[in-house]
Design a protein. Structure first.
Length: 160
């Protein structure tokens, strides 16, 4: 456990021992979502980015099955008062219309935006966003670095 704090940004790391731990952590975060949060998920293939979103959606009360948007580029889920737009730009060759679509989605106050492989469109994302960086450790364990502007502290209350 490491904790680093600057005036506006918090950085914490935690170890998630297996996929169940990732799902449970994500579900706790999901249960605290208010709408409008932007979460960038960073890490190699199989690191656990989509697993996190599955837990996030469950915690937010979404009952639909969540799957990877790696082929569809975008999947949408909604529940009472809250939507999750889950993007994966891994296979995106040219950003084209997506830039505008992403920008519009970011303006929806009830929508949580979760993005895997944001790189090609990261300039469209607000600098005030939550970043989760997944790093595989031996066995099923993952080290996750959680960086967030202080106004999103409510999402991680008691986690570190
Ligand atoms: P990504 O979206 O980063 O490519 P996925 O979430 O789709 O990754 O896949 C992660 C895979 O690793 C899943 O099969 C999941 O069950 C497995 N896994 C094992 N341990 C963990 C862990 N601690 N956290 C998340 N996923 C894990
Ligand atoms: Mg994925």
């Amino acid at each position: 456990m490491a904790m680093h704090q600057t005036k506006s940004q918090q950085i914490n790391t935690l170890e998630l021992l297996d996929s169940a731990s990732t799902l449970a952590f994500a579900a706790r975060v999901g249960s605290r979502l208010k709408g409008g949060e932007v979460i960038e998920l960073i890490g190699d293939l199989g690191a656990g980015k989509t697993t996190f979103v599955i837990g996030l959606a469950k915690g937010a009360g979404i009952t639909e099955q969540v799957s990877s948007p790696s082929f569809t580029i975008r999947n949408d889920y909604s529940t009472k008062g809250l939507s999750i737009a889950h993007f994966d730009f891994f296979r995106l060759s040219e950003s084209g219309d997506l830039q505008e679509i992403l920008a519009e989605t970011l303006n929806e106050p009830q929508t949580v935006v979760a993005v895997e492989w944001a790189d090609t469109l990261s300039h469209v994302l607000p600098s005030e966003r939550i970043k989760l960086k997944f790093r595989p450790l031996p066995s099923d364990s993952r080290a996750v670095e959680v960086a967030y502007p202080i106004q999103y502290a409510y999402l991680f209350e008691g986690e570190f």
